[in-house]
Ligand binder design. Structure first.
Ligand code: IPE
Ligand code: IPE
Ligand code: MG
Length: 238
């Protein structure tokens, strides 16, 4: 990740006040289909985009980038596609962990990752432990993540500790240690949240693009941040 240590790769040095961006990485299957290739090919190229965008987030000075990689509803997909996705996850952690360590990136997982295969849980926990002290950017990957389930878990924990208030639930969310969500991006032209960060998106800005995830670049991220900078956020005030 040499580019991230030097000047900003896509021009500009600050992220325009944005601290936390989340992305629903969608469109791998359609990207592959357009090329008469199997869906797995699209997922593989999607991982390359994850790498590029994570590097860009680091060089743009974002505090956190949260990526939706596998939803709690994605288990409905055919077994072979799920196996391909889990295989790519293993490869990604194996091949990119050193880069995270070298570039001061903290890896965090949100979602019920404990329900994944034991070897993946072990890899994830090792990667999180080895990057826990890193402070430049947190790369949060949502795995077996569903926002409604996350809120239910948080509410149950809040109840066990006392009152169920908005603050108490928020403090128990998987994202509790991340900055507030500023900007939520979805690729591939779908205008829906698909059970992602429902609570956290309460006052997030939204940016939707028709670009399919494997075609998404650091320049698209920069475009989204530029547009964010021109928006007036009111949070209910005036
Ligand atoms: C996003 O691409 C990746 C995951 C949901 C894991 P899709 O696989 O949903 O691609 P499309 O939406 O079918 O094009
Ligand atoms: C959302 O994409 C989940 C991820 C990007 C991991 P989907 O492709 O699963 O969402 P739907 O089914 O189109 O809503
Ligand atoms: Mg999809």
């Amino acid at each position: 990740m040499s580019a991230s240590n030097g000047p900003d790769a896509v021009g500009g040095t600050a992220a325009g006040g944005v601290r936390h961006v989340a992305i629903i990485m969608d469109g791998n299957g359609r990207w592959a289909k357009k090329r008469f290739m199997p869906r797995a090919f699209g997922h593989k190229r999607g991982v390359d985009t994850v790498r590029e965008v994570a590097r860009a987030a680091r060089s743009m000075g974002l505090e956190a980038l949260t990526l939706y990689a596998f939803s709690s509803e994605n288990w409905k997909r055919p077994e072979d596609e799920i196996a391909d996705l889990m295989g790519l996850l293993r490869t990604f952690i194996r091949s990119d962990l050193d880069e995270f360590i070298a570039n001061n990136i903290r890896l965090k997982i949100i979602g019920d990752y404990q329900a994944l295969a034991p070897d993946i849980v072990e890899m994830i926990e090792d990667a999180m432990a080895r990057t826990a002290g890193n402070s430049a950017t947190t790369l949060a990957i949502a795995l077996n993540y569903g926002s409604q389930q996350e809120i239910a878990r948080a509410a149950a924990r809040a109840a066990a500790k006392g009152a169920i208030t908005a603050e108490a639930i928020e403090a128990e969310l998987d994202t509790a240690d991340l900055p507030p969500l500023d900007l939520l991006i979805r690729t591939s032209g779908e205008i829906r949240l698909s059970n992602f960060l429902l609570w956290q998106a309460a006052y997030a800005e939204m940016w939707f693009t028709d670009v399919l995830w494997p075609d998404f670049t650091a320049t698209h991220l920069k475009d989204a941040l530029d547009q964010f900078a021109s928006r007036e956020r009111r949070f209910g005030g005036r």
